[in-house]
Design a protein around this ligand. Sequence first.
Ligand code: NAI
Ligand code: AKG
Length: 429
Amino acid sequence: MGNHEMVTNNTETAQQKESLNLLASTQTVIKEALEKLGYQESMYELLKEPLRVLTVRIPVRMDNGETKVFTGYRAQHNDAVGPTKGGIRFHPEVTEDEVKALSIWMSLKAGIVDLPYGGGKGGIICDPREMSFPELERLSRGYVRAISQLVGPTKDIPAPDVFTNSQIMAWMMDEYSCIREFDSPGFITGKPIALGGSHGRETATAKGVTICIREAAKKVGINLEGARVVVQGFGNAGSYLSKFMHDAGAKVVGISDAYGALYDPNGLDIDYLLDRRDSFGTVTKLFTNTISNKELLELDCDILVPAAIENQITADNAHNIKASIVVEAANGPTTLEATKILTERGILLVPDVLASSGGVTVSYFEWVQNNQGYYWTEEEVEEKLERVMVRSFENVYQTSQTRRVNMRLAAYMVGARKMAEASRFRGWV
Ligand SMILES: NC(=O)C1=CN([C@@H]2O[C@H](COP(=O)(O)OP(=O)(O)OC[C@H]3O[C@@H](n4cnc5c(N)ncnc54)[C@H](O)[C@@H]3O)[C@@H](O)[C@H]2O)C=CC1
Ligand SMILES: O=C(O)CCC(=O)C(=O)O
């Protein structure tokens, strides 16, 4: 390789690295949104990082008798509007910057769907797929002991995220209740129904994404009946979304998990796949005729839904995306460069902070029900969620039209306004 090529390649690598840093990317958009809203630099200084980030070390006795020490985080972005709220992620690639960015996105989601919360997020560096049930229970309880001073039903309310579920929420609620010496269902959401969970929380993220897809399809003029849909990720968000799309008459032609992807141009048997997926959203291991996640994203389709992890649509593949609508069920699946490319290509991109906000909306309903000790039917939850999502989609869409900005910037403008105002009224800025 000649010198010139080396320099070019190094430069490209550096640019690529910068664009993959979730915190840096979200700060870029927050800055632009606050400028468009007319706030001064000091507001950006306040909102560009979480107010608090706690790093904890969690010793866990493993089944073989050895102690393993795990690292975890809890970030609280801004609590001017109310207590912070957001999920806990168990994943080997969790980083502090990622958790910080995720906490900022939670603040934006709360603003977009107008909840009385700020944003928070937690994560533990671990691979729960390699751990036994008792090890996972000890890790979950250890994490709650480590963060217990910082969290609580009126301070910071966790919930599920990648590779965590209602069982983990149940252990965490039980541990917190033991520490406080009173039953505290409002400490955490996404619990099993028997422990104060809400009807509709399990499917809420996917329901919210489904509503966004329906509204986006109307704007673009796509008929959902027969529309070809590709979904990356087959966990909580992706599997139920595939089911709802299938039930709406769409043809789900591709799905994936961490190990590969399945493609059938005639439509996959979603009920069968749902039945066979495991609790970590793994299903492709049962098949031999798989394709890669990279190939999946570039399949010919009308609607593409990344519902797995970050940085999946980048400057490398954005030009090859065939869909007319991209709806982000996952947090942070599209880089800023890719957002620009998709927008220039006329693809309607519904951003994560809007599309995936159905989960935190029903988590809020769960917390309200816990606080009042009076529980709603599934129909009541769904009707309330429908109203919130339609209103929020329309608000962001109209902002993007009137301010002539893409949907991501519009969503940041809508999402940042309330926390900025609340911070100003409190006299923080
Ligand atoms: N669960 C919820 O209520 C909410 C989830 N989200 C976001 O949705 C996304 C998915 O979350 P969940 O469905 O809850 O997680 P999950 O743990 O239930 O499922 C994750 C899915 O992604 C797949 N996956 C993991 N690593 C991958 C990789 N490297 N490449 C391709 N696929 C991979 C897994 O195999 C699994 O199918 C995340 O970005 C999460 O933050 C957003 C809002 C709420
Ligand atoms: O349900 C919640 O409170 C938070 C869900 C979440 O972590 C997310 O929307 O990314």
